[in-house]
Design a protein around this ligand. Structure first.
Ligand SMILES: O=[N+]([O-])c1ccc(OS(=O)(=O)O)cc1
Length: 485
């Protein structure tokens, strides 16, 4: 009788102990088995590669060493141009008389682009051999291009540049501050269209409190790096299903921009200069359905993001590389953005205690997140994937996404479910001061772009040998005595 009543309790205790054991094993695995941002020793080059599940291509990026690198999946550098691109942009051979391998870069910046990026002299087009075939700078107002953060060759052969100008922005500051001007430059170097961000302050959705904070920040502080909004992305909308269905806001030659400092993403109408579509900057007020829900959201100290999709956009903070996924790719027409979850916003966005960047794919009509990637989707803590600034995300033809976790120089490809099927750590370091007075060693990558094998001149090699990574929890630089772990 006694035994009969004890048995179920005993079974319960054993089950609980087993569950506890499984949980602790899982936690130890999570703690020891995954990469955490920037340990002082780690491999560079390709660290993971599954040639069957990855989308196989070259990858183009500029590095702090001042060069632009083209690598294959195994991390071999197959080509190098000795100029830095901010970012480098591959040109379609259809726009270069059929010649393969042309890119847009900055011509004058050397190995320390951080200090110079808002004051560069000249941008240009390089052919495969590095010969300058087009340049623009001396014809710019003031004789300097001052291009930063983005550049794009248009279908009509003109070049669209994001530039920095000194401008007294009414409502922000009584003195001239750094503002952002988009210019379209013809082949002969004439500015044929321009748009200045500071003239459109009222269209960015900044709240009265945000406006007051902006004024306060710029009346007291010295000139901030990058100016009051830092546009870090500027690309034509491109052909898309929304325009085809009659929505003029998505006209292919309209321009997508995003602002690192004010956390909004917007589309500029090329004809009128007006903002015709916008996401942010104050997401909670936009997306909460009721006054009551807004109050709850505003009083909770730190955001906790849902891991399930679809759901309305909750926020972006200091985001980068917002663009419509080009036609022909899975998700075409949706907005893909690297949501850094970095410090940003007037008023400042609330950030999680456990940091983590996110890739968000958003239906621009409904403003619903239809897919997202966080470190958690790769079985890592949220901070296993984090870059508070720079960075990019690009959809690939097989549905994978190429991500540049810019701050750590880690480029990787994830499947739709978040499995990492290719990973590469930028080995091209240089010493830079960044925001401080002392030089440090950095391998950051502003933007990484997939480049089809067909883009390069014939006979350019590439290899596709699988790379199976070691288990971090078992990998040692030297073996411990007696094989101890
Ligand atoms: O480290 N950099 O060279 C650097 C830092 C910030 C930056 O601006 S951001 O808006 O892209 O974060 C660009 C480059």
């Amino acid at each position: 009788m006694m035994l009969k009543s004890i048995l179920p309790r005993l079974r319960n205790i054993i089950l609980r102990l087993a569950a506890l054991l499984l949980l602790s094993v899982a936690l130890v695995n999570i703690a020891t088995g995954n990469a955490i941002a920037l340990p002082s020793v780690f491999p560079t080059g390709t660290t993971i590669y599954d040639p069957v599940r990855a989308y196989n291509s070259y990858v183009l990026f500029s590095a702090p060493d001042g060069n632009t690198h083209l690598i294959d999946m195994d991390g071999n550098e197959v080509h190098r141009w000795n100029k830095f691109g901010f970012p480098p942009e591959m040109l379609d051979p259809a726009q270069t008389n059929g010649e393969k391998g042309h890119i847009l870069v900055q011509l004058e910046n050397g190995i320390s682009p951080f200090g110079d990026i808002f004051a560069n002299q000249e941008v240009g087009e390089l052919d495969w051999n590095g010969t300058v075939v087009w340049r623009w700078g001396t014809q710019a107002p003031g004789g300097r291009a001052c291009q930063n953060h983005d550049i794009s060759r248009l279908p009509n052969g003109n070049t669209l540049l994001l530039t920095t100008i000194e401008h007294r922005v009414a409502g922000v500051s009584d003195r001239a501050i750094a503002d952002q001007k988009i210019v379209e430059v013809s082949k002969d170097g004439e500015i044929v269209w321009s748009w200045t961000a500071g003239d459109h302050l009222n269209e960015f959705g900044i709240s009265p409190r945000g406006r007051a904070l902006l004024r306060q920040a710029y009346s007291s502080s010295k000139q901030e790096f990058g100016g009051f909004l830092t546009l870090n992305d500027m690309q034509p909308v491109g052909p898309n299903p929304w325009f085809d269905a009659g929505d003029k806001r998505f006209a292919p030659d309209n321009i997508v921009i995003d602002s690192r400092e004010i956390s909004f993403i917007a589309i500029i109408d090329k004809q009128t200069g007006k903002i015709v579509w916008r996401l942010g900057p104050d997401y909670l007020t936009e997306n909460q359905q009721t006054q009551e829900a807004t109050a709850v959201a505003r009083t909770s100290l730190r955001p906790r993001f849902s891991l399930s999709t679809p759901r309305p956009v909750d926020q972006t903070s200091g985001q980068h590389d917002a663009h419509l996924i080009p036609q022909g790719l899975p998700g075409a027409g949706n907005l893909l953005v690297f949501d850094n979850e970095g410090p940003s916003g007037f008023p400042p966005t609330r950030l999680s205690v456990e940091p983590g960047s996110r890739i968000l794919e958003i239906d621009p009509q409904t403003k619903i997140i239809v897919w997202q990637y966080t470190g958690i989707d790769s079985d890592q803590p949220s901070w296993g994937f984090y870059s508070s600034f720079i960075s990019s995300a690009r959809r690939l033809p097989n549905g994978n996404t190429l991500i540049d976790e810019g701050m750590t120089g880690r480029l990787f490809q994830v499947t739709p479910s978040g499995e990492i099927v290719w990973e590469y750590v930028n080995p091209y370091y240089s010493r830079q001061k960044l925001d401080f007075d002392r030089e440090v060693s950095v391998n950051w990558v502003y933007r990484a772009q997939p480049i089809p094998y067909s883009w390069v001149p014939d006979n350019t090699p590439h290899t596709e040998a699988a790379i199976e990574p070691p288990q971090n929890s078992e990998f040692r630089v030297t073996q411990l005595p007696n094989g101890r772990q």
